[in-house]
Design a protein around this ligand. Structure first.
Ligand code: PMP
Ligand code: GLN
Length: 380
């Protein structure tokens, strides 16, 4: 995370997108779709801009979005929330930052599953908290209960869970989720779940930790609109928890952004209320994209892990003779005209087993995925 001068360096995603822009390579690095989301959602934002939704809104978020989040939780998961249980944020990123700022102080330990989304480590570092990674290993990337128990200590204040998981594309099984709840209970820790990929699940069903009664009292659930509606630049997220926690986290949010995204909030409410066909269509479309890229990467000679969810596939370049994916990522535009993210950017340097693996995003047009596959086939 830190540059040579000891300051926070640009994220790997910014670095790789800059590399793609500079070289004209196909950007399968940063996870953002290159096709627009549902027309009704885009039109709703335009309508809101044209109808006066351009000033500061309510601190907790637009009422129609709060209500839409409540309806969505009931409709998809049978979970009952009240209006005091929801806080709208500037994406999942602000939700994570505000939650970690609200509950973590210097020296407090936060358990994460490794590899992990880079913001977890960065926010923990900014707060002065200690990141305690529990390694996930190929091929299934499920947490090992013993490793998890050993990672916990009297200083464990938070367990941060990301399922569906970026970057591995796996989902934690129900038994793993229950074990996380048990460990959190034993250590009296808060569970924070990042569920931004909740609707991008291809061969399975998403199970939110909130559906376990035992978790509810110590749970902060986070999601966002970027992935579900292909509007990553809108940065509308939300937190679901008890009214007490929402008040505590909301108090922090006031001083981060105060409020955010006024015209986008009612538009996301429209999205969350779209009929089931929308959600089925995005699953079918992203599953097809995953299949195109997975096949292409395998044909090109990578060892590819099956992704069950999310935006990404992991591809090990060792069979092609590359054992350092960080070096390969820098040369990939020149070698193949493609950009990917080295997995070691999302883990500690000690994770030698991840060293030769790249993360490729498949949230791109079918044409781009076919073209990238053809180009990568030239690596052999
Ligand atoms: N969590 C994970 C796991 C992510 O992949 C991302 C990236 N989109 C985020 C959080 C950030 O989400 P947002 O853009 O809503 O801040
Ligand atoms: N979440 C996206 C990814 O993992 C991009 C986020 C970012 O650029 N910070 O690639």
């Amino acid at each position: 995370l830190l540059g040579a001068d000891g300051r926070l360096a640009p994220t790997i995603f910014a670095e790789m997108t800059a590399l793609a822009t500079a070289t004209g390579a196909l950007n399968l690095g940063q996870g953002f779709p290159d096709e627009d989301g549902p027309r009704a959602v885009l039109d709703a934002a335009k309508h809101a801009i044209d109808h006066g939704r351009n000033q500061y809104g309510p601190g907790r978020g637009a009422q129609e979005l709060i209500d839409a989040v409540i309806e969505h939780q009931r409709r998809f998961y049978g979970i009952g929330l009240g209006r005091g249980d929801v806080l709208v944020t500037a994406g999942a990123t602000e939700a994570l930052a505000a939650t970690m700022l609200a509950y973590l102080g210097p020296g407090d330990e936060v358990i994460v599953f490794e590899p992990y989304y880079d913001a977890y480590a960065a926010i923990a570092a900014l707060v002065g908290a200690v990141l305690v990674p529990v390694p996930l290993h190929a091929p299934d990337f499920q947490p090992d209960p013993e490793r998890l128990a050993r990672a916990a200590s009297p200083r464990t204040r938070m367990i941060l869970v990301n399922s569906p998981h970026n970057p591995t594309g796996t989902m934690f099984g129900e038994e793993a989720l229950r074990e996380i709840v048990r460990v959190a209970e034993r250590r009296d820790a808060i569970i924070v779940t990042d569920e931004v990929y909740e609707h991008l699940v291809y061969d399975d069903q998403h199970v939110p930790i909130a559906s376990f009664d035992a978790a509810r009292e110590r749970l902060v659930s986070i999601s966002s609109a970027g992935k579900t509606f292909s509007v990553t630049g809108w940065k509308i997220g939300w937190i679901m928890s008890t009214p007490e926690r929402i008040a505590q986290i909301g108090a922090v949010k006031q001083y981060l952004t105060f409020v955010n995204g006024a015209p986008f909030q009612p538009a996301v409410a429209v999205g969350l209320r779209l009929p089931d066909e929308h959600f089925d269509t995005i699953v079918a479309s992203f599953a097809r994209k995953r299949d195109i890229l997975t096949r292409g990467l395998r044909k090109a000679g990578f060892a590819v892990h099956d992704a069950n969810a999310g935006y990404f596939v992991l591809a090990d370049a060792a069979p092609l003779g590359f054992d350092d994916a960080t070096a390969l990522a820098r040369r990939l535009p020149e070698l193949a005209g493609v950009v990917g993210v080295p997995l070691s950017a999302l883990a500690r340097p000690s994770r030698r087993d991840l060293r030769s693996t790249l993360r490729f995003a498949f949230c791109k047009s079918d044409d781009m995925l076919h073209e990238a596959s053809a180009r990568l086939a030239g690596l052999r």
